[in-house]
Design a protein around this ligand. Sequence first.
Ligand SMILES: [Mg+2]
Ligand SMILES: [Zn+2]
Length: 200
Amino acid sequence: MNTTKLLILDRDGTINVDSDEYIKSPAEWSAIPGSLEAIARLNHAGWHVVVVTNQSGLGRGVFEVSDLNAIHSLMHHKLAEHGGRIDAVFYCPHTPDDACQCRKPQPGLLQAVAQRYGVALEGIPVVGDHLRDLVAATSVGCEPHLVLTGKGAAYKGRPLPETFPSNTRVHEDLAAFADFLIAREDAALAAQADLSAARK
Ligand SMILES: [Mg+2]
Ligand SMILES: [Zn+2]
């Protein structure tokens, strides 16, 4: 069983506003309203947050690693202003043509997280706005959460296609996911407290 409370987030469309033209510079990065506050709330509830992101713009030569580092510096800085922290960012630099093992829906990045943190992936919440995030998640036993921001906005007000994992939980945005996770844990703790009170 995992003792570390770890959760894994997609980046584009989940934390920040997505762009079909790629996020190529810090100037193009902007947080989805409420997402940074949500990460900070999760941190305060004891969750370590790791980001796992496909960045094929690198492989396509649209931007450089130095640009990506600058974007992530900004993300960390903005998050720190809200009292939050992302422990690490794992990215896939490849294009689909590279047929790598790390570009989601492949689970390579998730496996790299597990290795780095010495945790089992089973049951770890993974949050993303795209089918491929959730396919990667369920292929290694993680718990799939879809946010209806970014690409996920296409599923607002309608049932999910059957291509989605059947245990996918849907949340309006990252803030709603944080509400869900914190409330679920509070309920579990309260149930434990009831149980131990009943034993006395
Ligand atoms: Mg995304
Ligand atoms: Zn890759």
